[in-house]
Design a protein around this ligand. Sequence first.
Ligand code: G3I
Length: 467
Amino acid sequence: MKKTHAFAGLVLSTALFGAGLTNAFAADETLRSLADKNGIYIGAILNSQWFNGGLPGNYEQIHKSQFNIVVAENEMKFDATEPSENRFNYNNGDKMVKYAKANGMRVRGHALAWHSQVPNWVNNYKGNKQKLLSVLKNHIKNVVGHWKGQIDEWDVVNEAISNNEPQWRTGSVWYQGIGPEFIDSAFVWTHEVDPDAELCYNDYNLEQGVNPKAKAGFLLEQVKRWVKNGIPIHCVGSQTHVEDTTTDKHFIGSPDSLRSLAKELAKLNVKLKITELDIGFKSGINVSKSDLERQGQTFRQYLDIILEEPNADTYLIWGVSDKWSWLGGLNRQKGLIYDDNLKPKPAFDSILVRLQTYEPPKDTAKKDSTVKDSTAKDSTALDPGQSIKQFNAPNSLSLHVAGRTLFVTGLASKTAAKVDLLDLQGRPVYSTNCINGTVDLSNIAEGLYVVRVQNGSTNLTKRISIK
Ligand code: G3I
């Protein structure tokens, strides 16, 4: 719907008077209908209480009428889906997928490889590389396989970077046991199981610039490497759990900084998604009406990134109502867009109005065709020819090295591949059979080699560097 300036001005001024008025004014429009029009996804988690029927009826009514994408707060995490070894529980996840289908919503899966909410039985294998590799692979094979074709995008790896300095999170069970290549492995395995799913790396504190001293700067270097090595990564999820500027003296993030990350990712044909947004105030302070209006403006500034950057498509809030929010545990409050009584706050109005009034620049393609078709799986226009494509070609053999592990993908199922490592003079150095897609190169000296993989009638030879 095209709006006149007078209409837009009226809507804006209505928003300034606070929650409720805008809704009465635009009774027929929802965040969802406007997100659809703008070609973006807007969503909120389904809180854990929803799965036990512990929420009032209007919660679900609001959720399905206002949002077109959904993610489970806890129910698809490792401890929920594989509480004991190789015994899987999909009940809650199935419930959400059914709900999403019934209501025509996109589904995010959260999260496959994360250091938190890992059941104790996994921690018992601490430091055992081979075992942890097979645990992670088996988890991915089962969980992603169970929802293949039903989950549109996965947080494959969550929070693998340290929060204090730009380096890997070394305390993670996966990092300690496997090394950073657990990340590469998780992406490759997920893609093998569901080649149509969009695969994200997800983390917080990415709104602090892309310089090498910031988390986003470190991440960007990794994304460049992953893309160069053909690791199937299609998106970065910025959780964006931020605090209202005036109550957090240490606040150094900003929407502009996150936008600069989006622009850098665009050069790599990788998307940026906002996946867990909340903008809380310090617990205990008295939050005034003008605080809530300022909060709304910050919600709007983050939305602008999603509307304006061609490689950004998702705006997901980590909760619906302030009444059911994890923020209390972080000493924050009132970070969401509905209040304790499920009444829309000024932040809701601010988002609604921005969606109503946004006019894409005339010379750009419609956001919905640009964004939805730009995943590596179907894009030809935006794909700069990086080796992500190799992973998308069904049944094509490909290989790459991460750390001291060689990954072979595209193996004909259940067929062992013969893997030969040769030096640059063509002399055999090492030979093995590879069944599960990985070869341990821990005992090979540093240097340049040629790897030859033979799998049935398919062969692949590639030069690799072991460091
Ligand atoms: O399942 C148990 C239940 O059996 C027990 O009775 C109850 C008693 O407290 O605890 C329940 O587990 C809680 C779980 O949520 C499910 O409700 C845990 O104690 C609690 O720590 C856990 O918190 C979740 C947190 O992740 C854990 O890291 C939050 O709900 C969830 O909102 C939060 O989500 C994370 C994202 O996954 C990743 N990014 C950060 C975000 C916020 O922390």
